[in-house]
Design a protein. Structure first.
Length: 281
């Protein structure tokens, strides 16, 4: 694998603009053998506080499990917008995210970050691949993120997806998600994908309304577990149906032998937005 060190975080507006220009023209092929890295990344307290506020976390010196994803996503977007990447960034669907926290990440940690793509595979609706992100502190692997993306079209095999899991009967909480949450999350994360910002920009990409970021939904669910999470754990989420904004959603959870299962559904229709598990290590 060829390692390329970045001096600073790539600029997401530039990458999204580049992706809009290249459109849907790429036609597949092998994943690149490139790994992007950044060294000694410091946590900005103001940025962390703003992220915590938008996602529902309390202010703390401990980073939410989803926060490093915001640091690595620009590196992942750069990789996916490089000329040699087989699929266009526009139109990729984030279908699953698995984060492993090996020990609590603290605001004073200096993180070495690395991102690469792996495991291109067939899917009944097209092709899938993983973007693997890692964070090291003092040479120790402290955090991992596996984001699975689907490129729809030309599916030729692969295992069928399991049936969607049903939610526990009683919601633990009901949340009103405002129409501007996509813009607010974009302001703290830099992820200004048009499908999340306004109904008008979402319609240009085939959505009738703006939809919530999947990683915001995952973060909001994790915020509901604050004070209950162990020092080391894995949180595995499958993104299901889009959450059109504004929305009213039901959060539910239930214990399992190995951890806790949780889900987020539309309150009125019961349609699932995500399902996940938290498992102690």
């Amino acid at each position: 694998m060829a390692t390329k060190e970045l001096a600073a975080a790539p600029k997401l507006p530039v990458l999204f603009g580049k992706a809009a220009l290249t459109g849907f023209t790429r036609k597949g092929g092998e994943l690149p053998s490139t790994e992007y890295t950044r060294q000694g990344v410091a946590i900005d307290p103001q940025s962390l506080a703003e992220y915590d506020h938008v996602c529902g976390f309390r202010l703390s010196d401990v980073l939410p499990a989803t926060y490093p994803h915001m640091l690595t996503f620009p590196m992942a977007a750069k990789l996916m917008s490089d000329p040699g990447f087989p699929f266009p960034l526009v139109g990729l669907v984030h279908v699953r995210n698995v984060i492993t926290v090996h020990r609590p990440l603290l605001i004073g940690d200096r993180l070495d970050l690395a991102v690469h793509a792996a495991d291109l595979r067939e899917h009944p609706k097209g092709q899938q691949f993983d973007l693997i992100s890692q964070a090291f502190a003092g040479g120790e692997l402290v955090w991992e993120d596996v984001s699975t993306y689907l490129r729809r079209g030309g599916g030729s095999g692969g295992a069928r997806e399991p049936k969607r899991e049903s939610a526990p009967a009683e919601p633990k909480a009901i949340w009103r998600v405002p129409e501007d949450i996509g813009r607010r999350y974009a302001a703290v994360s830099g992820d200004a994908n048009p499908i999340h910002l306004h109904a008008l920009t979402a319609r240009t990409l085939g959505y009738r309304k703006a939809i919530a970021h999947g990683m915001w939904s995952k973060a909001r669910c994790l915020a509901a577990f604050e004070g209950q999470l162990p020092g080391a754990y894995r949180v595995d989420v499958k993104f299901q149906l889009p959450m059109f904004l504004p929305a009213k959603v039901a959060f539910s959870e239930a214990p399992e032998d190995t951890g806790t299962r949780f889900a987020l559904h539309d309150l009125r229709s019961g349609k699932p937005h995500l399902s996940g598990t938290v498992t102690p290590l």
